[in-house]
Write a protein that binds this ligand. Sequence first.
Ligand SMILES: Nc1ncnc2c1ncn2[C@@H]1O[C@H](COP(=O)(O)OP(=O)(O)OP(=O)(O)O)[C@@H](O)[C@H]1O
Ligand SMILES: [Mg+2]
Length: 304
Amino acid sequence: MSRSIRRATRLRPVAAPGDGLGRDLTVLGVLDGGSVEPTYIAWHRANWCPVVCKVMTSPQRARREVEVIGRMAHPNIVRALGVDGGVHLLMPYYPGPTLDRLVKRPGRRIGVSDAMRLAFHVGAALVHVHGRGFLHMDVKPGNIIVAPGGHPVLFDFGSARAIGTPGPGEPIGTDPYIAPEECLLGKASPANDIFSLGVTIYEMLTGRLPFAEPGKSDEFPQVSADAEPMSAWRRGLARSLDDLVLRCLDRNPEKRPSLAALLPELNRHIVSGPRMWPAGFSPQDAARPHRKTSKRRRRALAPA
Ligand SMILES: Nc1ncnc2c1ncn2[C@@H]1O[C@H](COP(=O)(O)OP(=O)(O)OP(=O)(O)O)[C@@H](O)[C@H]1O
Ligand SMILES: [Mg+2]
């Protein structure tokens, strides 16, 4: 979301439980977050089910967000149920805290394996988003719901942009997560989302942000400063994991790993609990059966 839209619309009136919304909705409760567009859990009287209703600032924004989400079909991505009354974007309700809540518990950091599993799922969601021709542009713990069982769901496509289209002329996203090239209004690419995912991983593992919010000067620190290694805040992290996350935060988008390179690396750092690949199979193994087959064939040919 652009910084000016956020500033201009922060003080919107909020409906209370029991209030009607549009034709078919009754508000059940106000959801956390929603710094710009108030978001409610509401009862849909016609469909007789609970829904999430995000009250958008304009019908155009509602239509755009529902269209983008409508192009996605992935277990780690929110679904859209349509737009009601012009500005009410309806979605299924996903129970669970946002990752933000888990990261911000005082003194609690997420275990390496759990953080890697969450990051892997979000990375898989981003592979899908990019494959469908979009950039999410606002990846952050506040836009990831951790549903029961630890299954993360990426939502809030209000800032999404079709790959190759120009931005609105001001940085899009949430300040500490915005890639340096977006801060400078440069060309946006999948590497933007990889930077934001890197900030999210850094926050999960250390409980702190790699770059502070812009100060009074309105300058983004990520444009000129390098992030401190995570080992400065958390002992015992593998050096290779620290390096990997720092590479995601590289100021040069071309030096960041692609998702294809990042996902197997994240998987390698899952050391307890289920790995992301089916038991007995890992991306490194993908090459092994191949080598075995050719060896066997040579042996079979030898006696003849
Ligand atoms: N489908 C959903 N299921 C459950 N909760 C949801 C769902 N969609 C949104 N929420 C809740 O509503 C809040 C606001 O949603 P969203 O992030 O889409 O709005 P926003 O105005 O763009 O917020 P921000 O600018 O803070 O990112 C989220 O932080 C989350 O707590
Ligand atoms: Mg949001």
